[in-house]
Design a protein around this ligand. Structure first.
Ligand code: FES
Length: 187
C-alpha cells in the first residue's frame, strides 16, 4: 500500500494472477520520474530515473534512501510496518531498492536492487510465494535475491543498508556475495 506523506510502496502482496497490479504500483512509485522504455512498454529500465540522489562520502558511494519525489525517508516511517514488509525506495544512482523489515523490528542490513539481471525489468515481491517475480520473462528470485528460476543469469545486486539517527543510508556492497561466497558480480 502507499503511505501518506512520503510516497512509499509497501510490497506485501502481488497476486500472480494480477500482474497489472504490480505494474500499477511500480508506476505509482515511478511517478514524476523519467521512465525509459525498450521495445516493450512493459519493460522498465531502472537506471538513473530519479533526480540525482544526495551523495555523502568522497566517492559518492553512500546515499540517503528517498521516495519517488526525492524526499528522504525516515527509518521510523518504514519500521511502523509489520515484519517481513518489503519497502521500495530510491537507492544508489536512484535505483529502486527493496528494504526489508526483519525480526527485531529493524531494517535488514542487506538491500536488494529491483533490477532483473535478465534484461533489467523491475519486479514485485510476492509474499505468498516468498519470491521476487519478474513479470517480463518469468524469472524468479528467492527472498535473498538468488535465482530460483531463469532466464535471469545472476542473483540480484545487493547494497548495504545502515540506519543512523533515523536516516537510512545505502551504500555499495563490496564484501563477498553471501549467496555465493564469491566476489560480487557487480564489482
Ligand atoms: S527481464 Fe526479468 S525475466 Fe527477463
Amino acid at each position: 500500500m502507499n503511505t501518506t506523506g512520503n510516497r512509499i510502496i509497501m510490497e506485501e502482496t502481488f497476486p500472480l494472477e494480477s500482474p497489472s497490479m504490480s505494474r500499477r504500483q511500480l508506476l505509482n512509485f515511478l511517478s514524476g520520474a523519467v521512465i525509459a522504455t525498450t521495445a516493450s512498454a512493459s519493460v522498465y529500465t531502472t537506471a538513473k530515473f530519479f533526480v540525482p540522489p544526495i551523495e555523502d562520502g568522497e566517492d559518492g558511494s553512500i546515499v540517503i534512501a528517498k521516495d519517488s519525489l526525492g524526499n528522504s525517508i525516515p527509518a521510523s516511517q518504514i519500521l511502523a510496518e509489520s515484519k517481513g514488509t518489503r519497502v521500495l525506495v530510491a537507492g544508489l544512482a536512484g535505483e529502486p531498492t527493496y528494504l526489508t523489515i526483519v525480526d527485531n523490528g529493524k531494517l535488514d542490513t542487506i538491500g536488494i536492487v529491483n533490477n532483473c539481471t535478465h534484461l533489467g525489468c523491475t519486479f514485485p515481491w510476492n509474499s505468498h510465494d516468498n519470491q521476487f517475480q519478474c513479470p517480463c520473462h518469468g524469472s524468479r528470485y528467492a527472498a535473498d535475491g538468488s535465482v530460483v528460476r531463469g532466464s535471469a543469469p545472476l542473483p540480484l545486486k545487493l547494497v548495504t543498508v545502515n540506519v543512523t539517527e533515523d536516516i537510512i543510508l545505502i551504500s555499495s556492497w563490496i564484501d563477498d556475495d553471501p549467496r555465493t561466497g564469491k566476489k560480487p558480480w557487480w564489482i
